[in-house]
Design a protein around this ligand. Structure first.
Ligand code: IPE
Ligand code: IPE
Ligand code: MG
Length: 250
């Protein structure tokens, strides 16, 4: 079944706008709980509504010809929440993929996961791994789901593996470069995010992509994730396009 849910790329409002459309956008999708509590609903209802926003924003990213979209879905710190809420959040990838995988496939989306997948519940891992395998040949938007992701854990694991390779003479300490190191990260082979969006009003990284965001442009909004719209997303992209990235130069 081919569901023409996403509009044709060429009709996207930001098509053909040149090189300055961000290639890689990372999003800290925050505010689900507060959104639900404001409406007198359970936090679980907020997470469910958050999935609807994910669908809208993936569609917007496809329309804008964004190449990589990385979504912070569950952090290594989120285990501190009550088990019931953790279970709800970790069941969202399966619900999302069960409903939308055919649409994602028909839009050539390639799904990838970053994070410590081993310690996720089987139902989350299985759904995500199936989607990754099923979309691995696709050449459209790369959708990275950051699941059980924590940047310090990622960096420490990378360093341990790198030290092992140094020890085994697979690498030379003298020649070791930033590029060599980045190959040990979950994001190996990906470009760094050009734009980071955080919804929900907080102005912090919450252990997200500390290495990869070294020169990323940031865009914060008070809008809670379930209220975040395609219009807001385009606003962030437009704002990015007005900026001048200097990377320390002039
Ligand atoms: C973000 O929304 C989703 C996850 C952390 C998984 P929150 O659940 O953090 O919502 P707030 O910040 O409590 O409103
Ligand atoms: C960041 O949101 C993690 C995700 C969006 C998955 P949190 O709600 O967990 O962040 P803090 O606790 O406010 O820093
Ligand atoms: Mg939060």
């Amino acid at each position: 079944m081919n569901i023409p849910f996403f509009s044709n790329k060429t009709s996207g409002p930001l098509m053909d706008q040149g090189e300055s459309t961000p290639e890689h956008i990372a999003i800290i999708m925050d505010g689900n709980g507060r959104w639900a509590e404001k409406l007198g609903m359970s936090r679980a209802a907020g997470h469910k509504e958050g999935v609807s926003t994910v669908v809208k924003i993936v569609k917007a990213a496809v329309d804008c010809n964004v190449k990589v979209l990385t979504l912070y879905t569950f952090s290594t710190e989120n285990w501190k929440r009550p088990k019931k809420e953790v279970d709800t959040i970790l069941s969202m990838p399966k619900e999302f993929l069960q409903e939308y995988l055919p649409t994602l496939i028909s839009n050539h989306v390639r799904i990838q996961a970053i994070g410590d997948m081993e310690n996720l519940p089987f139902y989350t891992r299985e759904a995500v791994q199936y989607a990754v395998a099923r979309t691995s040949e696709n050449n459209g938007l790369q959708l990275n789901l950051a699941l059980n992701y924590g940047s310090r854990h990622e960096l420490l694991t990378a360093m341990k593996e790198m030290f092992k390779d140094l020890n085994d003479d697979k690498l030379s300490l003298r020649q070791l470069s930033e590029k060599d190191f980045s190959k040990y990260l979950y994001t190996a082979g990906m470009t760094d995010p050009d734009l980071l969006i955080r919804t929900g009003g907080e102005k912090r990284l919450s252990n997200f992509l500390l290495w990869q965001l070294a020169y990323t442009e940031f865009w914060f909004t008070d809008v809670l994730w379930p209220d975040f719209s395609e219009g807001e997303f385009l606003h962030a992209v437009e704002d990015y396009r007005q900026r001048k990235r200097r990377y320390g130069g002039l």
